[in-house]
Design a protein around this ligand. Sequence first.
Ligand code: ATP
Ligand code: MG
Length: 357
Amino acid sequence: MSQGSSDVISSTGIAPADEPASTAELSRGGVPLLSVQDLSIGVRLPGGRTVSIVEGVSFDVDPGQRMGIVGESGSGKSLTLRAVAGLLPKPVEVLSGRVEYGGTDLLTMPAKRRRALMGPEIAMIFQEPMSALNPVMRVGDQIAEGPRRHLGLSAKEAGELAVSMMARTGIPDPVRRARAYPHELSGGLRQRIMIAMAVSCGPRLLLCDEPTTALDVTVQLQVLRLLERLCADTGTSLVFVTHDLAVVNQTCSELAVMYAGNIVESGRVKEVFRQPRHPYTRGLLESAPDFDRPDRELVPIPGFPPNVADRPSGCPFAPRCGYVRDHCRQSMPPLAEVAPGRQAACFESSRLTEVLA
Ligand SMILES: Nc1ncnc2c1ncn2[C@@H]1O[C@H](COP(=O)(O)OP(=O)(O)OP(=O)(O)O)[C@@H](O)[C@H]1O
Ligand SMILES: [Mg+2]
């Protein structure tokens, strides 16, 4: 990765130790660990015009909670996650909103202090580990660098911790493998190295962007189990971006569905899957294979998502929606509570009462 690589590396735990991150200072009782409020992300064009890509996204993640974000390609999942990590690719930037971590806004925090949180408090795992690993550094040294800087461990202690993290992520023969360079390892092992790096300083929030998409199915399952176990062992919260509903079902308790830069539905995974309250969520579920019901016919969602630079007025899903009525094309439905703990951005949500199997 070119411009972003140092940012990516710092996100996985080896940022310079500018100032010690203070969990106690950041965390206050009863406050969600992460609270994203009315976040808009986009590009400022010359002349002052802005094009928003992500619009008014809000969600909370409590300590220990595991939240999935799903949606079609281009819906803004990665940009939302990168905005939380402070890793937006130029020229994309946060246009408005708040990203609070333990009640403190990360967006207005001095850059030095924010960087110091990356690794010990917040870590990110990417789809393609090669883009985040240093190709000319032994993987054991890469894992050890975060604990040396952030936890003040000696080189020997950090090296031992790296080996034990590798063992914990299920890497066979970790002492030998610690001396390997990334290109000497398989994709599955490299992804485990990245997970070991990300969790080496014991972050309280783990941001995962399609961390298993590039892996084959058996390795994918192992990596998912590993992430679940690591989070359960340490009480780490997870925000997990994927286009794969089955992965969300296995890994997460909460779900946000994104469409064209907006959250259109959210709630507990089991409840959203059982009874979706937005036609887009319903479409996603009906178009995805269900291994419990292999005979079920797959129904693709007709049409394509809108270009974010040229959204239709009204609900962005209206041109593809089987429940559309005139008012849907005129104004954008707000994300509103449709049942306890359930939100949907749909004027016609009450018509979606059918329970899916
Ligand atoms: N570096 C960039 N410069 C300009 N626009 C961008 C940039 N990165 C993303 N975008 C725009 O933002 C939209 C959302 O991108 P994002 O990467 O968040 O999508 P996504 O939901 O993660 O999709 P995918 O499932 O394909 O990863 C893209 O369709 C594109 O229009
Ligand atoms: Mg993405």
